[in-house]
Design a protein around this ligand. Structure first.
Ligand SMILES: C[S@@+](CC[C@H](N)C(=O)[O-])C[C@H]1O[C@@H](n2cnc3c(N)ncnc32)[C@H](O)[C@@H]1O
Length: 221
């Protein structure tokens, strides 16, 4: 048995994904072309996400399982997440840390009401001791006090910032570290960076709109 498949986390995730389906359906009805532009970088993403503070915008169920699987199979102990929202992806990653024996996850979110909800969910799942949520803009919260070594990164915040956030973390990524970027098709400069043959990553598009990348060693292996 694993933490993901047992109470209290299993029933909590069923409830959270059901809630996420409801808020997603509501969002689709009021999502304008301007909102899409903001998401891909031609508008005010901060204003957009503030307007969407009641929407989960969560990873899919399969992507959640993929996060757990990748963190388990690599024995990750040190994880960074950009974009906490209500904590659905955070719960999957924290479950993997727990099942790996221990570890630390730093997640960041600029919407205070979402930070509060994510903390409640982590408490309910008995996983809060593994997670530090830094409230504020990732460009500031992830610019200091990072773990010496990072094993795994989830990028799931504002798409135009993926490349800049990865740059903040870059020197602390161990060779072989995994970077999972959700909805990466909305971040062309990020894709150019991780797919460049000389960029220091090995990268592949994976599942539905996920880019899975691995940090190479200095020698390029
Ligand atoms: C797609 S949602 C994250 C969903 C979450 N990973 C999950 O699966 O439940 C993106 C979140 O990132 C937050 N966000 C966007 N840009 C941010 C930034 N620059 N700094 C901190 N949080 C940000 C938004 O408020 C939003 O809650």
């Amino acid at each position: 048995m694993n933490t993901l498949a047992t109470p209290p986390l299993a029933p909590l995730l069923v409830q959270l994904f059901a809630d996420a389906d409801v808020t997603k359906a509501e969002l689709e009805q009021r999502f304008s072309p301007e909102d899409r532009d903001a998401l891909i970088g031609q508008g005010d993403y901060r204003e957009l996400y503030t307007r969407m503070k009641d929407v989960h915008l969560a990873v899919s169920k399969d992507t959640g399982k993929l996060l757990y699987l990748l963190a388990r199979s690599t024995g990750a102990r040190s994880i960074i997440e950009f974009g906490t929202s209500f904590g659905i992806s955070t719960l999957h990653l924290a479950a993997a840390l727990r099942d790996n024996g221990c570890g630390h996850l730093i997640s960041t979110e600029f919407e205070p009401s979402k930070v509060a909800r994510a903390r409640e969910n982590l408490m309910a799942a008995n996983l809060s001791h593994l997670v530090e949520i830094r409230e504020g803009d990732a460009l500031e919260t992830l610019a200091h006090d990072l773990p010496e070594t990072i094993d795994l990164v989830l990028l799931d915040g504002a798409k135009p910032l993926y490349s800049r956030v990865l740059t903040l973390l870059e020197t602390n990524l161990r060779a072989g570290a995994l970077i999972i970027a959700d909805n990466a098709d909305w971040s062309p400069d990020y894709l150019a960076k991780v797919r460049s043959p000389t960029g220091g990553y090995f990268s592949v598009p994976f599942a539905s709109d996920v880019e899975l990348s691995m940090k190479l060693s200095i020698s390029g292996q």
